[in-house]
Ligand binder design. Structure first.
Ligand code: ZN
Ligand code: ZN
Ligand code: ZN
Ligand code: ZN
Ligand code: ZN
Ligand code: ZN
Ligand code: ZN
Length: 1692
């Protein structure tokens, strides 16, 4: 403030030449607003990128611009910003289409090219601004980059220096929060809170003074900190700085922010600042202010960095002219900035180097920097400079890296990212300059790849297992990071023929250098098979060094394909060094690599450990394969297409170390006869299989454009088809299985529709893509991207599909597209002599079928190869032009028998033999397919030749009869198979049912669906339609005997009063689900009086149960054992479990449902006590009088008891004086009818409700125990009634058993509990409750009727009444009491409703009250007005009043019906079991009420008038009517979870605007939304930890205590994840209710697809909450996933 006033204010005046208030607004008006948005993103702010139009994925829009842009209807991606970076709206280079949003479009209309923004400013002003900016900017830079701690720059030095210093602590990324906090507490002697505060600021701003005082004082703190943090790492940075320096630096930062805000007023001012900043200083090169700041970046603390980065972004990067100049400065300093960054320890987002994304991704700038500043070469050279550790051959070496080197390696990787940015937008036209510089960069890149070619070589380990796993990850990290760059290099080359040719030459030259010594040394060896011979080197993969890293070869392969694709190879063959190519050299290393994979698979490299297995895995993995495995295949294809296939095959056999086997005719025979080592045979078998597989791939993989005649779409389609052949997949799974390009695109969306159908998800699970049936014919079993597991799964799935379609199960090779001419000769490998020899040999082994010298999969591959060859020949025949001769003559060759020496039969003949081999059942269909195709080809050839040959007829005949025979066999087999399948299907169906049923049982989701078993079936059907639930007229129900089975001992037992107790597992929890006032908080639970429940129901006690019955003693034994076990376990492992034994928690032994107590099962308790049932019962008035007298008598008695020694005579006189009501025997104490075991359980459950409900220590003697039992009963009934109403379910519809059992037991328990409580205590409660309606001079300070929840009152009164009635022998029955209590409370509720809920005026006034009810209610209302002194509003219409009463009282009536139903066991009327109308009349009847409720008042007007008067005369009522306080109105609005927006990004936006409430404007790292009340919290962070019951807890846990009494439902906004919390130790994550268009959630927001609210899923979460199932859900999740138990939920 002071700085603004004293220092900055005057400068603003000077700048404007007038009051800045006017000056700046003038500037603003004349300024033409920029057409660039440039909004700098806050941490967590949503950003959008259009997948259709963005030039690269770094082009993003802010939410506002996005919503106003065309892209909102495109395919877009949403992410949350990590802070920094700005909106690219308006940048025409960033977008292919629609660069402006609506808002910024307006500003484009009048842009004139390159207009100087200074023209709008006066000369004078320009000069002044220049002055001010120059001075201020220079000052700020000077002071911020000042490095001395104790003196100021000369011109600022003060004459007298005070001895005041700051001890300044700096941030580093080495020490943890905990370390810093701990150290600070020691060093500066502060509290933990303060230390947390310091640490938070240090982390945020980069530095914080932790002590102020004289030099000595600060120095001392410094030494403590340094000493304490230097043990393992370098110490924390601390400086003791003179106070004046700190002050100047702070002001320097202010100046920079000030400059930033000033230039916001005008483009002209901004331009001046840019000029000032880039002006070269007195020291020449690199001396401009901007340079100086950049170059000292790594020395500045975080806070200072972010201030000047922001200033750069709002000035230099927003001015197109200066952006270019700045880019040049940046590129000039690039090497130094990167070196600084690599040694610095701050994350890249705090480094100036991070601006590269803003500069390099602008295509025009990138191009300019490449041509003018040679940027590509600079980046690559800088990168290479930082990786100096090389082996003898000059290759990178990561083995034995020190920690520091590893750290540097991690940081230097960001340079690859820069290279990617530079290359990401490809040039549309090439200048010679660009060509030259690109090729120069390409040279540098080749140097880099050369250092990788052959790195991390490995040698097969024999004998001993390797001792230490070698380092392999670094090399693969490098490869992975470079993958996109390598691809992009090729893309660039593909764009220009000249560049491509040059690049190809360069690459080849480098490859030759790499392998210059390749043929040196030993004499070549000669191989020969079938009269072909070739020379090759002697080399064994299994004995010599081999490396997986061959980037130079692979780049050459990529370029070779481009030559083919762009047809450069045919256009300018003379320019290419094709003659220099030596095919054996090209194939050598890729072949070795593939042989290595084969040998690893054959188990030959087992002793080399996991590092090799991992490398092979990544080699094939989707992240790497494009520039590794795929390119090796291409390289082999290239080689084969240029050489004699026989030669190639022989070299291959030799490399696979199989040459001996196939060159020696009887090798196989010898194999089986001799006793050879079985492992070796196995190994060789696998190698043969692998080699055949490789040949299949070489011939079959022609889906890369350039290799085969296909386009990119065909390639991706084929990938998808093969993925979906394994099984249907979700969108994200598919994306993961496909390679992403540099723009993170797979190209899948454009083709998926063509090959797959989408299936929407249900309430759980996700949407799935299924392969279209017509695509199945393109399935290739030997697709090269299948892993072994995928291959066998796909095979199984495809065969099954074929069986389902009643087809044969052969999986023949698909028809393939033709090769490009450059690769065309490759197909000849199939008909080469060596190939035929290999095939023949293997078939012969199969025919001979001797021992284990061959394998089925070997044969399967040979069959596949034969199939491929046949397909090929067929294709050739079909596409042959007239007169051309088809040179592909596979069919002829396989019909010929072997040459003289071995006289083997022809391949064809062997196939025919094998067709009938019993041991080849699986392959029969395939062999059949081959023979059929063979015949078809033969026919084609014959029909095309002039003379059809007749002699074949015989064979055809023979063939057909054989076919018939076979068909018959096949038919029979088919029938048998179908029968088998049917049986299997039946069995699996049964199994599924079983699981489903048990799922229902185990999940216990409390679904109130009609499908769940109806439990009311066991109630007797009472034909009388006039069922009455209570009162003297209560319908008599014959007592039923109830038998239950204990789940623990399986014994059956009858529920009886005197027998052993049976109990239900139950879970009692506090609940605020029904709360209308979440801010209420019980201060002192020990003193809290729960007798009266407020109508806001702020906190209740809910009881739930899974409904599983046990003997009390069985349960006791079970619980004891669980307790003992857990205590032992906790001592041993110190682990949390999903349940807290010390709190009495356990899991139901049957369903593992979380429980914390048990409820006893009881018969209707009223029947036991209802001794008398006279027909002559008192009416309400008489009854009230009697009860009042009885209460009075009791009160006198109590008083006498409490004052026993003083004047006892007089007191007893009083008792005498008092007219004891007739038949009232105060001395009578009823005998408890229950068995000991039941009594014990009554106490157990009562105590549990008390303990949990009030959160106090258990005390079974406490007078509040019975109250808590009644409350829990009332609350649970209310919450269930609420759920039923919300879902429009009938009151007595089919409830799930567990709910029904729970309510019944709970109600009966609550009714029986008084028998184990003190009689006088219960009587005392009754009298007090009673007095709230019928005034009594002994109870004065009772709540007024507005502050009582009437249903709670009803339950408590009814359940306490027997305690009084048991001493009354006058003949009043319990039923009568129930009825009168019910009527009385109902009337009080009506008055309550009339007072609170009828005040609103209704528009559609009915003129005259017509109905009887309406007239009656009007009269009643008038009475009320009279008693309240006309404070009540003017009379609304009777119609309106009656409607309000009816609506308001409905929930109460429904709850009462449930209550009396369970209490007395009277079945419900059929009408109430059906959905539909409100059934008001039926309800009234069932509850023994007149349909016109107001009649109650009229019938008892005598006493009611005086009662109403007493209710209305209450002070609180008066205050309410005068508007001085609030009251709940009826019916209470249902509680729902908060409304969530449809579009998830609006939530992200909301959260990004949310700052931590504790640390002043800081952005919260984990903003978390309470779904119950909508509060946003700053979760999982030190700043918002609070203390709760002596422990530090995070904001969420703290919030659950106030908002959900311990239970909470949250949405973690950044993660898009729902969080359930219960207590401090329990929690789990739950799928969010947001889905993308593919029906998938995105937990962690990793994919960034737009997310939309799924209402059904959100409803499901809401239901869990309303049903109090959150804790249970957590329990199940934790049982299923033990890692959840270990999370510190309380810190969230
Ligand atoms: Zn914007
Ligand atoms: Zn915009
Ligand atoms: Zn778009
Ligand atoms: Zn039992
Ligand atoms: Zn259970
Ligand atoms: Zn916070
Ligand atoms: Zn809340």
């Amino acid at each position: 403030m002071l700085a603004q006033h004293v220092l900055l204010g005057p400068m603003e005046w000077y700048l404007c030449g007038e009051d800045p208030v006017f000056g700046f607004s003038k500037l603003e008006q004349t300024n033409k607003p920029s057409h660039l948005c440039g909004r700098v993103f806050k941490v967590g702010e949503p950003t959008y990128s259009c997948r259709d139009c963005a030039v690269d994925p770094t082009c993003v829009l802010c939410m506002e611009c996005f919503l106003g842009s065309v892209h909102r209807d495109h395919r877009y991606r949403m992410t949350t910003s990590g802070g920094g970076g700005f909106c690219d709206c308006g940048d025409t280079e960033a977008w292919k289409e629609g660069p402006y949003c609506q808002k910024h479009e307006l500003n484009t209309s009048e842009i004139e090219e390159e207009e100087d923004p200074l023209v709008h400013l006066s000369e004078d002003m320009i000069a002044r601004t220049y002055n001010i900016f120059a001075i201020m900017f220079r000052y700020a830079v000077a002071i911020l980059t000042w490095e001395k701690e104790n003196e100021l720059p000369g011109d600022l030095e003060m004459v007298e220096k005070s001895d005041t210093y700051y001890c300044m602590l700096f941030n580093d990324e080495v020490h943890t929060y905990e370390q810093v906090i701990y150290t600070l507490q020691k060093a500066v002697n502060c509290t933990q809170k303060e230390a947390i505060g310091f640490a938070t600021t240090v982390d945020r701003d980069g530095r914080r003074s932790v002590r102020y005082g004289d030099f000595q004082y600060c120095e001392q703190a410094k030494s403590v900190i340094v000493r304490n943090t230097s043990r393992q790492t370098k110490p924390l940075k601390v400086q003791v700085m003179h106070s004046s320096i700190v002050a100047h630096q702070n002001f320097g930062l202010k100046v920079l922010s000030w400059l930033g805000s000033i230039i916001g007023y005008s483009d002209g001012l901004r331009r001046i600042l840019c000029q000032v900043g880039l002006q070269e200083g007195p020291d020449g090169e690199n001396s401009s202010l901007v340079d100086r700041l950049m170059l000292s970046d790594s020395k500045l603390w975080k806070g200072a960095r972010s201030v000047y980065h922001q200033l750069f972004m709002s000035s230099l990067l927003m001015d197109l002219k200066y952006k270019k100049l700045f880019a040049i400065r940046f590129a000039n300093n690039y090497e130094r900035l990167q070196s600084d960054y690599v040694t610095d320890d701050h994350d890249r987002e705090f480094s100036i180097t991070d601006l590269s994304v803003q500069i390099f991704t602008v295509p025009s700038l990138a191009r300019m920097l490449i041509t003018e500043e040679n940027l590509m070469t600079i980046i690559i050279k800088t990168f290479m400079d930082h990786l100096r550790h090389r082996d003898a051959q000059g290759r990178f070496q990561f083995e034995r890296y020190t920690a520091l080197q590893a750290f540097k390696f991690r940081r230097v990787q960001s340079l690859i990212l820069d290279l990617k940015y530079v290359l990401i937008s490809k040039p549309t036209e090439w200048s010679d300059e660009l060509r030259q510089k690109f090729l120069e960069g390409f040279d540098a890149f080749l140097e880099l790849l050369k250092c990788m070619q052959g790195m991390d070589p490995i040698t097969r380990q024999v004998g001993q297992h390797i001792e230490m796993e070698p380092e392999w990850e670094a090399a693969f990290t490098l490869q992975m990071k470079l993958t996109h760059v390598i691809s992009m290099m090729q893309d660039w080359c593909a764009l220009d023929e000249k560049v491509l040719i040059e690049a190809y030459k360069k690459c080849l030259a480098v490859l030759m250098q790499c392998h210059s010594g390749f043929t040196d040394g030993e004499q070549p060896i000669t191989l020969s098979i079938c009269g072909h011979s070739v020379e090759t080197i002697r080399y064994c993969v299994s004995q010599e060094k081999v490396s997986i890293h061959l980037p130079v070869s692979r780049l050459l392969a990529g370029l070779h394909v481009l030559l083919s694709k762009s047809e450069v190879a045919y256009k300018f063959p003379e320019l290419l060094p094709l003659s220099e190519l030596s095919p054996p050299m090209l194939i050598e290393h890729p072949l070795r690599c593939l042989v290595l994979c084969a040998q690893v698979h054959a188990g030959m490299w087992r002793r080399n450990g996991f590092s090799l297995v991992n490398q092979i895995y990544y080699y094939h993995n989707v992240k790497c394969r494009r520039e590794m495995f795929d390119k090796d295949i291409v390289m082999l294809q290239t080689g084969v297409s240029m050489m004699d296939p026989n030669h190639f095959l022989m070299i291959m056999l030799s490399r696979f170390e199989l040459y001996q086997i196939f060159s020696t005719p009887d090798y196989g025979k010898r194999f089986s006869s001799e006793i050879t080592h079985k492992d070796i045979v196995q190994q060789n078998n696998t190698l043969i299989e692998e080699m055949l597989y490789l040949i299949i791939m070489l011939v079959g993989e022609r889906f890369s454009p350039g290799v085969g005649q296909v386009n990119a779409t065909d390639e991706i389609k084929r990938e998808i088809i093969h993925q979906l052949s394994i099984r249907p997949m979700a969108h994200s799974e598919l994306v993961k299985s496909l390679p992403e390009d540099e723009n993170k695109e797979t190209g899948m969306e454009s083709v998926i529709e063509a090959v797959a159908c989408f299936k929407k998800p249900g309430l759980t699970g996700r949407g799935m893509y299924e392969l279209k049936p017509e695509c199945a014919k393109e399935f290739n079993l030997y697709f090269y991207h299948f892993s072994r597991a995928e291959q066998s799964k796909a095979e199984e799935a495809q065969r099954k599909l074929k069986r389902q379609n009643r087809e044969d199960t052969a999986l023949p090779p698909p028809v393939l597209p033709p090769f490009c001419p450059l690769f065309a000769s490759l197909v000849n490998i199939l008909q080469s002599d060596v190939m035929l020899c290999v095939m023949g040999t293997i078939l012969r082994w199969a025919v001979e079928h001797n021992g284990y010298a061959w394998s089925e999969s070997m044969l399967q591959r040979v069959l596949h190869l034969i199939g491929m060859a046949l397909q090929e020949e067929k294709q050739h025949l079909e596409n042959v032009m007239e007169e051309h001769v088809v040179t592909f003559t596979f069919t002829q060759k396989i019909s010929k028998p072997g040459e003289a020496p071995n006289n083997s039969p022809s391949i064809l003949a062997m196939l025919e033999t094998l067709q009938n081999a019993p041991y080849l059942e699986v392959h029969k269909d395939m062999i059949r397919w081959i023979l059929k195709t063979f015949n078809a080809i033969k026919n084609m050839r014959e029909s095309s030749s002039t003379s059809p040959v007749a002699e074949t007829e015989g064979t055809i005949m023979e063939e057909s009869s054989r076919d018939k025979d076979k068909a018959e066999r096949k038919r029979k087999a088919e029938i048998a198979r179908l029968r088998r399948e049917k049986i299997m299907a039946q069995m699996s169906e049964m199994q599924r049912h079983f699981i489903d049923e048990n799922k229902e049982l185990f999940q216990q989701t409390l679904e109130l669906d009609a499908s769940t078993s109806a439990v009311f079936d066991n109630s007797p059907v009472v034909s009388d339609m006039t069922l009455t639930a209570l009162g003297p007229a209560q319908t008599w129900v014959p007592e039923q005997r109830q038998f239950v089975t204990c789940i623990l001992c399986q014994e059956e037992q009858e529920v009886k009063v005197e027998s052993r107790a049976m109990v239900l597992a139950a879970f009692v929890q506090r609940s605020t689900v029904l709360s209308k006032n979440r801010s209420k908080f019980v201060q002192d639970p020990e003193k809290y009086d729960p007798l009266f429940t407020q109508p806001d129901l702020s906190c209740g006690t809910h009881t739930g149960s899974c409904g599983h019955v046990m003997h009390a003693h069985c349960w006791q034994r079970y619980f004891d054992s669980v307790q003992a076990k857990e205590q032992r376990r906790q001592q041993r492992l110190r682990l949390h479990t999903s349940y807290d034994v010390e709190n009495g928690e356990f899991l139901c032994p049957l369903c593992e449902c979380l429980s914390n107590t048990v409820i006893p099962l009881l018969l209707p308790p009223r029947n036991i006590f209802n001794r008398l049932n006279f027909s002559d019962q008192p009416n309400l008035t008489q009854w009230i009088r009697t009860i009042s007298q009885q209460i009075k008598a009791l009160q006198v008695l109590r008083k006498e008891e409490s004052t026993p020694n003083t004047a006892s005579s007089r007191n007893s006189e009083n008792v005498g004086e008092l007219q004891l009501p007739e038949g009232f025997r105060l001395d009578f104490h009823p005998k408890n009818p229950y068995s000991e075991s039941i009594k014990e359980m009554l106490t157990t459950f009562g105590t549990a409700t008390y303990k949990v409900g009030l959160k106090v220590h258990p005390n079974e003697e406490d007078p509040r125990v019975p109250i808590m039992c009644w409350s829990s009963c009332a609350y649970t009934i209310q919450s269930i009634e609420r759920i039923l109403s919300d879902e429009d379910k009938p009151l007595f519809g089919p409830l799930p058993c567990r709910l029904d059992d729970c309510l019944r037991s709970l109600t009966r328990f609550a009714a029986a509990h008084w028998t184990v409580a003190s009689l006088s205590v219960v009587q005392g409660h009754f009298s007090k409750l009673f007095a709230s309606l019928v005034p009594n001079e002994n109870h004065e300070d009772l709540p007024c009727i507005l502050d009582i929840d009437m249903f709670h009152l009803l339950v408590a009164l009814v359940l306490a009444f027997p305690a009084l009635q048991c001493q009354d022998f006058s003949g009043i029955s319990l039923g009568t009491g129930d009825l009168h209590i019910f009527h009385l409370v109902t009337m009080a509720h009506i008055v309550q409703i009339l007072l609170t809920s009828c005040t609103e005026d209704n528009g559609m006034d009915q003129e005259n009250p017509t109905g009887e009810e309406e007239l009656a209610v009007l009269t009643l209302y008038k009475t009320l007005r009279q008693y309240t002194g006309s404070a009540l509003k003017e009379t609304p219409s009777g119609w309106h009043l009656w409607r309000s009463v009816k609506a308001g009282i409905m929930p109460f009536l429904k709850c009462s019906a449930l209550f009396f139903h369970y209490l007395n066991g009277v079945p419900s009327p059929a009408e109430l079991e059906a959905t539909g109308t409100s059934h008001f009349d039926h309800l009234c009847h069932y509850l023994s009420l007149p349909n016109n409720l107001i009649c109650l008042f009229q019938e008892n007007s005598e006493i009611m008038n005086s009662l109403i008067e007493s209710w209305c005369h209450n002070n609180e009522v008066k205050r309410y009517l005068e508007g001085e306080r609030d009251a709940i109105s009826y019916p209470r609005e249902p509680n729902k979870l908060i409304d969530l927006p449809e579009d998830y990004s609006s939530l992200i936006n909301q959260a990004s605007n949310f700052s931590c409430p504790k640390s002043g404007g800081d952005k919260s790292r984990a903003p978390t939304l309470c779904l119950v009340c909508g509060t946003l919290l700053c979760s999982q962070s030190y700043c918002c930890q609070t203390e709760l019951e002596g422990e530090d807890v995070g904001a969420c846990t703290a919030h659950t205590y106030s908002c959900g009494s311990g239970v909470g439902i949250f949405l973690r906004v950044r993660e898009c994840q729902v969080l359930f919390l219960a207590g401090k130790t329990k929690g789990c994550f739950y799928a969010p209710p947001y889905l993308d268009d593919y029906g998938e959630t995105d937990q962690g927001l990793r994919r960034g697809n737009p997310l939309h609210l799924c209402k059904e899923r959100f409803k499901k979460i809401q239901k869990l909450w309303q049903q109090h199932s959150i804790t249970e859900e957590i329990g199940h999740a934790q049982e299923a996933n033990q890692t959840l138990v270990g999370i510190d939920w309380q810190h969230l």
